[in-house]
Structure formats: C-alpha cells, structure tokens
Design a protein around this ligand. Sequence first.
Ligand code: ZN
Length: 429
Amino acid sequence: MRSKDKIAYFYDGDVGSVYFGPNHPMKPHRLCMTHHLVLSYDLHKKMEIYRPHKAYPSELAQFHSEDYVEFLHRIRPDTQNSFRTELARFNLGEDCPVFENLFEFCQIYAGGTIDAARRLNNQLCDVAINWAGGLHHAKKCEASGFCYINDLVLGILELLKHHARVLYIDIDVHHGDGVEEAFYFTDRVMTVSFHKFGDLFFPGTGDVKEIGEKEGKFYAINVPLKDGIDDTSFTRLFKTIISKVIEIYQPSSIVLQCGADSLAGDRLGCFNLSIDGHAECVKFVKKFNLPLLVTGGGGYTKENVARCWTVETGVLLDTELPNKIPENEYLEYFAPDYSLKIPSRLIENFNSKSYLSTIKVQVMENLRHIQHAPSVQMQEVPPDFYIPDFDEDEQNPDERMDQHTQDKQIQRDDEYYNGDNDNDHPAGS
Ligand SMILES: [Zn+2]
C-alpha cells in the first residue's frame, strides 16, 4: 500500500440545505451531518477540501437528454401544476418531487463527481470523495428513485477520456440500474452491483442473469441478495468477486458507490451490515491502488449515514477513528451512546450458504468468458472545458476552499436545519 495517498474531498454546504418534503425519506441534511463529523475528527487536515463547481447544463447533457435537463432547470414548485404532462414524462412527482433549488442541488452533486473525475484524470490526487454524489437510479430522460441527474455516469464518462477501462462497484442496497443501463452495451465500463433483489424491492432489476449485451456482454455483473445479509457473508462474497473482476478486467480506475442503506437498521434497507462490514469493502477496494472515485448514495437513517461515511473517509486516509464521537454541531443526533460504530442486529440472514454459493458460481462462470482484458484503444482525448450554453452565475470551477471559506460555509450550514419526520414515505427506493 502506498504510504501517503493524496485525497481530494468535495463538499458544498448548499447541497445539505434542500428539502425533499416532510414525508420524504431522503434527507440531504445527512450531508451536513457527515461533513461536521468529518471535521470533528480533524480529517479535513489530512486531505484537500474543495467546493465543487456547479455543473453546467451542457455538462449534464453529456448523458441526459437536453429537454430533460432544460425542464429540470426551468421547473419550480409554485409553477409545476401547469406542467403535468412533462412531470409525468420525466417521472417527477412523488418519489422525485420538485422542490426549491432542485436544479442547483443537481448541479452541485454532479459538479462534485465531475470535478473528482477530472482531478483523478490529471493525477492531482489518488482518491477523490464526493459524499453528495452516487445518485445511481437517474436515467437519460427521467428521474427515478430520488435521483434526478446521474452524477456517476457523468463521472465515468469523464474518466473514460483518460482511462481505457473503468470499473464501477455499487454497494447500495438497491440495484445500480441507471449506471448499468448507461453502459450496458460497452466493454469500456464494467458495472458490478451488490443489492437486494426480489419481493418487488425497488427498482426490480439486477437479476444475476442480467450480464450486458452486444459489446457489453459479460461486462455487467449483478449480485442479487436476500434480506438480512451479514458482514461475514457480504464481505466474503464481495472480496471473491471484486478480486477476480480486477484480475480479469484490469481496470485503470474505479468508481465506488457507497450507498449506506445497506447498513443494519436503515429506514428503507433490509441488509444487516455493521459500519465495519460496509467499510471493509472500501478498505478492500483501496488496496488495489488504482485511481479511485468514491461517492455516497442511498442512506435513510441519517445519523448512521454520517457515521458510515466518516468512518470510510478515515479508511481512505488510513486513519483509525476513536469510537467516542467528539463534540460537534449535531452531537445530539448520536445519543444515547455517542459512539461512532454501529453493530449489526440480531435478525435472520435469508442468504443460505448454498444460495450464496450458487450466485458466486454463476458470476464466476460469466467472468470466464472474458479471458483477457479487452483491447480497448485509447480514443483521442477531448478537451476538459465546456462552454456554458445557459446563463449561469459567475462560477469559479475547482475552487479550493481556504480556511475562511470553510468557516463561512460551516456557519451557513448551521443556519439550516431540516426536521426529520418519521412518517413513512409511500414508495421508498
Ligand atoms: Zn439505495
């Protein structure tokens, strides 16, 4: 392992201040909580902190259709009733509501993942983190499962300008369908998703038999799991599959989606991972010493999301964190024990040894079809700049936050507080 990796961390407090609505399980406030917990452990002193640029509409349209991007830019909560046809067409409404500053929210989290990819491309860091990103369900022309813009696809497209093969790994409890779909027909991106499958669990795709098509055949891997999977079964399967994938596919960079809804006790999830089990996957991927882009994703028990992504920031910095949470703005959320780690729970693991073995054998069998790394030629590398085609506020892309900016930002975060609400959302994802 390299002794001193350079880590770039992207954060803009504005992303944590938007509000999906009182009954919606997605609470962007979890991002403020994560950031404050990271600061309370002094992890910001060990990495470079950047405020991401707000992605231009033209950047978002590198994957999404222009009319969808234009509609997201234009729609407001107070005018949405006049656009019922478009709302239905773009799947906006209950799961993916229109809220105040929706477009800016998308620009920030997508800008973070794009900036992260660019810093990796330019070899300015070894690992880039954007906990606000990881919205893996968004499709080319529609929102899905609380996701509007698919920042992961945009980040991977950016990496493909410099990297012949990109490996995408997804440990969110939900299938990474939007990313898989975007690269289903190509061998330049291999997608590997570990997720709950069956019982009509959202989004319903991700069977082990979905393996990609045409050039992309055998370059999509799905690991469908049942309720209650524990650390031992999950990490064993994860390590076996990921080490084989890396050996055979030989990616030159990796994107890791760390959805925290696979943790025990998640409001929407059904797995039984402890934070240590979840973080073990991050530690394992880091050991391959490939340029690594790490994002967040789902996660609906927000104090555990903050705990998990803080521990994983520590893992990426090779820093063990004391279990007692230091004083910070949101300390009361971590009551009563104020401890960083959460254990798994005493619930049944419905993944029998024989079931897991069958899945593993099928995945390995599919991998045997890729005997050698595909001989992808490097394409001409397009320039790394864009000319905005909409009126945008003046921005300074890739702006490094100085201490003053950080302090100002922390102050601003504190002004926001989005109350939680335990009413269940009718259609979770
Ligand atoms: Zn999820």
